[in-house]
Design a protein around this ligand. Structure first.
Ligand code: MG
Length: 382
């Protein structure tokens, strides 16, 4: 299978994961071919990518602006691109809710889905996993923790006893509650070990990201959330661990660089030698540390785990409330600690639906967005 070229559609090509996906493609021009690129913003970069990778199809929300660029390929809507017959693997690298419908379209079409968007599984895990089984679609995790677990589980034919998700702890892991309430946008966007998009960087600082990852792991690996734990590991060298029923623990280690989990998802089940990927330096690596997460200073972690446990439309409400609250924080309209406050209030006021349809999930999402806006304009937080 060494010479087969995989045809890729990259949704969210101008974001952090999208750009790193194209770096991997650039390193292996004889293995991967881009046939679709989609981006919502940053059309100048999209135009550059189109000129370099020459896809057949392009998508942007702003079709009008796209038509003014000098691009010679056909426009194709997101969901059609995700299910286009010649596409082997769809990379879902868009952020937030916008990943949901393309992910559903890709699994329904039986694609390999390299999934970097965690919100889609968090919001609609039950639907996506069922559709993937039904249509023999393979979900290939791109999130570094889930890629690590996936790699640890390879070759095992029994269910694991426990999944241990590592977290860097973000830039504020030693901040007091008073310090946390004064955190600025600039501070929150400085992540100590990973280069990521703005939304996920803020989610890492609140630990919401890790809570979303617990829900994601629950769906990806069919593991009850009581058997998934979170461990703070500031160096971000161990990307996650799996404990088996005999007490043996496997870990996956590497220098923190998203190109590795992206590449593994694209090349799976093979590994490819990429000289551009940094290697662990055992001469300078002297210590790996572990500590327990502090649920009281980082309430988003528990809010997410609880929403996942309750299921139904709660996780969708969690995602939507967080997405709006993070936007409000980034535009300096609320404090860092108000993110958790708004998400908590919204979850508490939600009337849940069990085993929701996609329409019910989208309705819960819309309700939550409206609720956060309402809570904020009431001048409730701060
Ligand atoms: Mg992650």
């Amino acid at each position: 299978m060494g010479s087969i070229i995989k045809q890729l559609a990259v949704l969210g090509s101008t974001g952090s994961i999208g750009q790193q996906t194209l770096e991997v493609v650039r390193a292996f021009p004889h293995r991967f071919r881009i046939i679709g690129l989609a981006a919502s913003k940053n059309l100048d970069l999209l135009a550059k990518q189109v000129n370099e990778f020459k896809p057949r199809f392009v998508y942007s929300q702003d079709r009008e602006a796209l038509s003014h660029l000098n691009i010679e390929c056909d426009f194709l809507p997101l969901e059609e691109m995700a299910s286009y017959p010649q596409v082997d693997t769809v990379v879902i690298a868009v952020s937030g809710r916008s990943g949901l419908l393309p992910t559903v379209a890709a699994v329904k079409a039986g694609k390999n889905v390299a999934l970097a968007n965690k919100e889609s599984l968090v919001m609609a895990g039950e639907i996506i996993i069922n559709e993937a089984k039904l249509n023999k679609a393979q979900i290939l995790p791109v999130d570094s923790e889930h890629s690590a677990i996936w790699q640890c589980l390879k070759g095992e034919n029994q269910k694991a006893a426990q999944l241990i998700l590592t977290a860097s702890g973000g830039p504020f892991r030693h901040f007091s509650p008073a310090q946390l309430s004064e955190v600025t946008v600039e501070q929150a966007l400085e992540h100590p070990s990973w280069q990521m998009g703005r939304k996920v960087t803020i989610d890492s600082a609140t630990l919401m990201n890790k809570g979303l990852e617990v829900i994601e792991a629950h769906w990806l690996f069919d593991m009850p959330s009581d058997n998934i734990r979170v461990l703070i590991h500031a160096q971000s060298i161990i990307h996650s661990l799996v404990e088996f029923i005999d007490g043996s623990v496997k870990a996956q280690l590497s220098y923190p660089d998203m190109r590795l989990p992206i590449q593994y998802a694209l090349s799976y089940p093979e590994r490819l030698p990429n000289p551009e990927l940094p290697r662990l330096n055992w001469d300078s690596l002297s210590r790996l540390t572990f500590e327990q997460p502090d649920f009281s200073r980082f309430p988003c972690l528990n809010l997410a785990i609880e929403a996942g446990r309750k299921g139904g439309t709660y996780p969708a409400v969690l995602c939507a409330a967080d997405e709006v609250a993070v936007e409000l924080f980034l535009s300096q309209r609320i404090k860092f600690t108000d993110i958790a406050y708004l998400v908590k209030q919204t979850l508490e006021q939600h009337q849940p639906v069990a085993h929701p349809t996609l329409e019910e999930i989208l309705a819960a999402d819309a309700w939550a967005r409206e609720k956060v806006t309402q809570l904020t304009t009431e001048g409730n937080p701060c």
